[in-house]
Design a protein around this ligand. Structure first.
Ligand code: NAD
Length: 349
């Protein structure tokens, strides 16, 4: 079977975990072995872009472990023969890399030459203009676009139209980790609701140590990300209740790990108190990997089936920014129906 050729934009901690997942023969903890008929080993990385001089010019296998990345080495990976090249930038660079920026005017030609069919946008939060510019570069190069960042791209109707017209796929925005704070919060709320208990209030406070956490606590970005998370969580309950979810602080020695603290206040029979205090500890990079592997394979499947534009089954399953309220378990069921349980023999490679 032909490989799914992927370009990665932003070689940070999520990219590091994703690259390791591709080069690990049998990754422990794989969620869906086949999606759209593809194994994760059918994915091939053919291009990589960053704007940090410390990573540009390095083989991807070295760049993913270069500071300021702090993610763990999960597996030993060989030389990839993919060299990190300069990306583009249209916003101010995050403070921790501002002194090391090296950028190009365009990546469209290089993307085209790499023969990538899908580009993964893994740049930091808060780079709205840059994410839009990357989507336009992909349109120019004829490459489908997956926006894992909270910048708004895939939710925009004009971009959905442009990608559809160009016979490409657009997916996003803001990746939903496999078992991150948002998925966990949604899961508990759904369970409470299913037992007839009335949710009144909830909050989720995240503390983490990756560079993305550092970016996310700056005021504007914090609010943008909090809005997406909060709306995604609120979608789980069919009536209005007070909820707040967001990143609260950066603790450098936590490295790429995160602790999410949840509090839920609810009422049962006679209005009696039902309360939950719980915390969840996870690793950000590892938590992104299975969903990214699934989304990339689902996008490749959609391209093969000539289902262009922005498929809702991919967006609802893999991302936090929802076009309309969808329950987590419904989104997973619909994704499975279309991409996991659908036998690949129905179409020719
Ligand atoms: N589980 C998760 O970690 C998770 C979940 C949801 C969303 N996301 C999103 O994924 C994205 C990546 O997260 P991360 O933890 O890897 O971040 P990170 O800060 O570790 O990595 C970002 C990388 O992008 C590079 N970069 C910055 N500006 C760039 C530009 N203009 N062009 C190319 N590269 C650029 C940086 O140098 C860095 O290497 C973020 O937007 C985050 O919100 C991650």
């Amino acid at each position: 079977m032909a490989k799914i050729k992927v370009a990665i934009i932003g070689i940070g901690n999520v990219a590091a975990a994703f690259v390791q997942s591709i080069y690990t023969k049998k990754m422990l903890g794989t969620w869906h072995e086949k999606v759209g008929g593809f194994n994760s080993t059918d994915i091939q990385i053919v291009a990589a872009y960053d704007i940090d001089k410390q990573k540009i010019g390095l083989d991807l296998s070295e760049a993913i472990f270069r500071r300021p990345n702090v993610g763990p080495q999960f597996s030993k990976i060989p030389r990839t023969n993919v060299t990190v090249k300069p990306g583009i930038i249209k916003d101010s660079a995050p403070a921790h890399i501002a002194e090391n920026v090296l950028a190009a005017d365009s990546i469209a030609d290089d993307l085209g030459e790499s023969r990538a069919v899908i580009a993964l946008n893994l740049i930091p939060s808060g780079m709205q203009k840059t994410s839009i510019a990357y989507a336009n570069e992909c349109l120019a190069a004829g490459v489908s676009f997956v926006n894992a960042t909270p910048s708004l791209v895939a939710c925009k109707a004009d971009f959905q139209r442009k990608f559809k017209k160009a016979r490409l796929v657009l997916a996003g925005d803001d990746l939903m980790s496999q078992f991150g704070g948002t998925a966990f919060h949604k899961g508990i709320l759904d369970f409470i609701n299913s037992r007839g208990i009335k949710v009144e209030k909830s909050y989720q406070l995240d503390v983490g140590g990756g560079n993305e956490t550092l970016n996310t606590i700056s005021e504007g970005i914090k609010i943008e990300k909090r809005d997406i998370k909060t709306n995604s969580i609120a979608a789980e309950i069919p009536y209005k209740f007070d909820t707040v979810a967001g990143t609260t602080d950066y603790v450098d020695y936590m490295a790429n790990n995160r602790t999410s603290y949840f509090w839920i206040g609810a009422r049962g029979a006679f209005g009696a108190d039902v309360g939950i205090d719980v915390y969840l500890r996870t690793n950000d990079g590892a938590n992104a990997v299975n969903v990214l592997l699934d989304v990339v394979r689902a996008v490749a499947h959609s391209l093969k089936r000539k289902q262009f534009g922005s498929p809702e089954q991919i967006n609802d399953y893999g991302f936090k920014k929802l076009a309309k309220p969808v329950l987590l378990h419904e989104a997973h069921k619909e994704f499975n129906k279309k991409y996991v349980n659908d036998p690949p023999s129905k179409f020719k490679a």
